[in-house]
Design a protein around this ligand. Sequence first.
Ligand code: FAD
Length: 432
Amino acid sequence: MRSEQCDVFIIGGGPAGATVGTLLAQSGLNVVIAEKESFPRFHIGESLLPHNLPLLDQLGVRSDIQSTSIVKRGIEFVSPTHGKSVRFDFARALDRRHPYAFQVRRSEFDEILLRNAESKGVEVLEKCRVTAVELEGSSTPTVTAQIDGSKRSWKARFVVDASGRDTVIANKLRTKERHPRNASAAVFGHFRNARRLEGDAEGNISIIWFDRGWFWFIPLADGTTSIGAVCAPEVFKSRKGDMEAFFNELIASSPEVSDRLKDAVREGGVTATGNYSYLSSQTSGRNFLMVGDAAAFVDPVFSTGVYLAMRGAFQAAGAVKACLARPERQDKLLKRYDRNIVKAADAFTWFIYRIRQPAMRDLFMAPRNMFRVEEAVLLLLAGGIDRRFRVQARLYFFRGIYYLTKGIHFCARLTCRKDKGAQAGLTPSMGQ
Ligand SMILES: Cc1cc2nc3c(=O)[nH]c(=O)nc-3n(C[C@H](O)[C@H](O)[C@H](O)COP(=O)(O)OP(=O)(O)OC[C@H]3O[C@@H](n4cnc5c(N)ncnc54)[C@H](O)[C@@H]3O)c2cc1C
């Protein structure tokens, strides 16, 4: 089998792969994207963040995407334990330049991005599954793929792994590290006639807590609503019937969700997926890097996945261009890239990993804008993670309030236990 040549070979044509491809082709490089599916294809992850929009502008696709989307102005958190819902509007964030985002059908969104890459000169090969990547022993890695029943191989100056949760290179190098405390699974479907919020809040995402986890409620432009339940893996393991019956049972157990769905009809099937968070301990190496979910995946509660993938893709494109132009500086450039990827995910994870804690929920359900802390948290929820001191200081202040609230919860639990203990001790003597 004779090897073909290219400057950059990209595994996967999702938002990360299509974005890196577009940017590299625009700078004159010869780029190939291999995508195992044929687009448009279904993908979960339909809620974008406001800070994703400038990236769409830079790629020149915002208006195409807007025409197939609904505007998302904020997030509604619904907590039955607190007996209320709270709405956060991005327009009130500390930086008000990005007041809204879009809810998208990923089949349409991803196709617009991939066709845009193609129009900028990327060679896009669909139904082309990468089966092997040889990274060592040569200055030019070799990629082998299966397409139309035959094998093809490429020698590339640089390989970008944008294969999403298939994590082609991280699996090969065994560098994928699961987060020890953040495992969950999701089951989801699409519904017509779900009751949405009213007025300009119609496109908002709702995060609805229930006793076994949380639901997402994402309105789409075509009138359907994407609804999914995220629970601990044990909840899934304990299910008795099939996935559809299990999903119906979860919905029925949440009065808030079942009320919004009382006139709704499900369209299409029910899908389940594992959801655990991971980070590859190495996100780059000689002549290759990983981007998007191929490098790291964080729990989807704040809808960060597509934004992190596309933001990472801009950084990846910069790193690849620099590495090809100055190979002698590659180690340094890739170290900086690794740091940026970890930093971006870390900006969200402190909040994400604590959102299940009662203390964090209390703070989210009773927001107070003391010293503009609420506005700083809103900026984070909008994707504003390029921290300036005025934002960072407020987020640290929020962390302080969180730990204080947690302390108060702890003392309350302790007092409650003592009271119960005293009562248990008193009861027999009272009866004597
Ligand atoms: C339950 C759930 C809910 C989510 N909700 C949201 C949300 O609301 N908002 C949000 O922003 N994110 C959400 N996400 C995360 C989001 O889906 C991902 O972060 C995002 O799709 C990452 O983009 P990507 O380009 O890195 O990977 P992907 O979009 O997965 O693209 C990877 C591409 O690579 C292709 N591929 C894989 N292996 C190969 C191979 N061997 N050869 C060739 N091609 C290959 C795949 O077919 C795919 O098209 C959610 C995720 C889950 C699991």
